[in-house]
Ligand binder design. Structure first.
Ligand code: ADP
Length: 517
């Protein structure tokens, strides 16, 4: 008797994988080994979510100078990876591969090529980008293609991420059309603001033949070499990290000069929201925070708040809302609007029980660091600025803060507001990209709202939203259900990984079909 029709659809789709795909996922950063922002989180968690769905996923990433293979117990592959730097056999470099594993059976390979990556810093030394970034990431892109070509199994999907791997589809199509005929080349834009633009002289670093020097696909109208544009035009499928951002990048305002190129590929473009890895970002299991808690033990959150206030030298005041900001310090993140907004709200407070406290954790340029230090000096009992990159502190702020502010000018997806919700930390966000897609304003829907959203990125609008959040905080009967609703929102990878899977499958089927013709 055939029992299949009695098995509910949901259960069967969760456990039966239509085809086991072999996916090489190439990314310039993978948490916890290397991370400058959300890309690092995604490059760790999406491969694991895909592996959980039954796929064979292999991650490739550079071995940066701060990574000691012995300390991490990586194992060295006996065979090195030969990476040509010009045409097929010219000027080869032998790169060592180190292997390790993420959870759920994901293999991760670290590419050791010390002349490119064996130094401190991923993309620069803190204040400036490395001068040889064009050569470094042309090399990484080429290595990703050689790696996928030589992998022990035929690779169905080569998934490239951001400009650092933008040239990979070009190399695959130029040098190995036959070998990659059945491999689908997927490109994800995590942030269109970073395109890997270099002066035309850097063309030599790509190793591509001179005929490409006149290809408009590789260059901007102003003559600059553009790695991301190349990837966008040469890939088979294009994705970005939220539906809202997928729309925005096709407009002149949001397209950072590439809106026409992206709009021309709109049938191949899909916006798939990033997920959260709740095995890393969840207050009931977070090992970085003082007291673990969940919806039923929310008192634990108060203890985390008191601990952080104490640790940072802020007055311990349970009734004063604590606002957190965890962010790269760049123009994108709206730090230039955050500073005057905070000044406006904290100046001339009549009662020390009014207003809020603020902790900002951020790494970025001297200009923003100086301005934030000034802000701290102006409001020493209210504002603490923690300069630098500190993952454990990011977790502690998520657990301790009552409100997380994200005033980004634009935001492809944004992960901090997604993590915040799981910690019962209510987000106050600018209505853009993934922020607008993930946070529902309380005023628009008092029964379903999960935060506070403001439409214009101005001091007035941001101050208004922060004021509304602080007022709501003072009414615990209103605030608690808001926290609980935010904590109950599910942004796990489950649905997004399923969408990547169906995109891979349909793209791969197309490649197979055209290869058969
Ligand atoms: P983006 O990728 O644009 O930087 P996201 O919100 O997508 O922004 O991801 C930011 C990630 O980086 C989150 O995991 C956040 O916790 C982390 N992060 C940002 N700044 C810092 C910092 N200074 N220290 C530690 N973690 C940080």
């Amino acid at each position: 008797m055939d029992l299949s029709r009695f098995i509910s659809k949901k259960d069967s789709s969760e456990h039966i994988t239509p085809k086991r795909l072999t996916i090489v996922f190439a990314a310039s950063e993978v948490a916890p080994f290397s991370k400058s922002g959300g890309l690092g989180d995604v490059a760790a968690s999406l491969p694991q979510a895909l592996a959980q769905r039954g796929h064979n996923v292999i991650v490739l990433t550079p071995l940066y100078g701060h990574l000691d293979p012995k300390a991490h117990r990586f194992s060295r592959r006996l065979r090195s990876l030969t990476v040509p730097r010009k045409s097929k056999r010219q000027d080869q470099l032998e790169a060592t591969l180190w292997e390790s594993r993420l959870d759920h059976g994901v293999q991760i390979f670290f590419l050791q090529a010390d002349e490119y990556f064996g130094r401190e810093g991923l993309y620069g030394d803190g204040d400036q980008d490395f001068e040889d970034n064009a050569a470094r990431f042309a090399f990484f892109s080429r290595a990703a293609v050689e790696f996928a070509k030589d992998f022990t199994l035929p690779v169905d999907i080569l998934h490239c991420n951001d400009w650092h791997t933008g040239l990979a589809p070009v190399y695959a199509k130029h040098y190995y059309e036959e070998e990659f005929a059945q491999t689908s080349l997927v490109m994800t834009i995590h942030n269109l603001a970073y395109q890997g633009k270099f002066s035309p002289d850097a063309f030599d670093d790509t190793g591509l033949p001179k005929s490409y020097a006149s290809e408009s696909e590789l260059f901007d109208d102003d003559g600059d070499l553009n790695y991301l544009k190349s990837g966008i035009l040469y890939c088979d499928r294009l994705t970005t990290v939220s539906a809202g951002y997928a729309e925005e990048i096709q407009t002149p305002q949001g397209g950072a000069g590439l809106h026409e190129n992206i709009a021309n590929r709109s049938t191949d473009l899909e916006g798939i929201l990033n997920g959260a890895d709740y095995s890393v970002w969840s207050p009931d299991i977070d090992r970085h925070i003082a007291v673990q808690y969940d919806i039923d033990t929310l008192n634990g959150k108060r203890q985390n708040k008191a601990e952080l206030q104490h640790r940072l030298g802020l007055p311990i005041r349970p009734t004063l809302p604590l606002v957190g900001v965890i962010s790269r310090l760049t123009k994108q993140k709206g730090i230039d609007v955050l500073i005057p907004t905070v000044s406006t709200l904290l100046s001339d407070l009549e009662d020390e029980r009014d207003g809020f406290q603020l902790v900002i954790l951020g790494e970025g340029s001297a200009e923003y660091r100086d301005a934030l230090e000034e802000l701290q000096k102006e409001f020493p009992t209210r504002v603490v600025f923690c300069s630098g990159y500190d993952d454990p502190l990011a977790h502690r702020i998520q657990a301790a803060a009552d409100i997380l502010a994200v005033p980004s000018r634009f935001e492809p997806c944004g992960l901090t507001q997604i993590y915040a919700m799981r910690y019962g930390t209510v987000p106050v966000v600018h209505s853009t990209g993934g922020l607008a897609d993930t946070v529902a304003d309380l005023r628009d829907d008092p029964d379903k709202g999960t935060g506070f959203v403001f439409d214009e990125l101005t001091v007035d609008a941001f101050a208004g939203a922060l004021d509304r959040a602080c007022a709501a905080y003072r009414n615990y009967r209103k605030w608690r259900p808001l926290m609980v609703r935010a904590m109950e929102r599910d942004f796990s990878w489950h649905e997004s990984a399923r969408r990547y899977e169906s995109l891979y499958l349909s793209s791969h089927a197309e490649e197979e079909e055209s290869a058969a013709q």
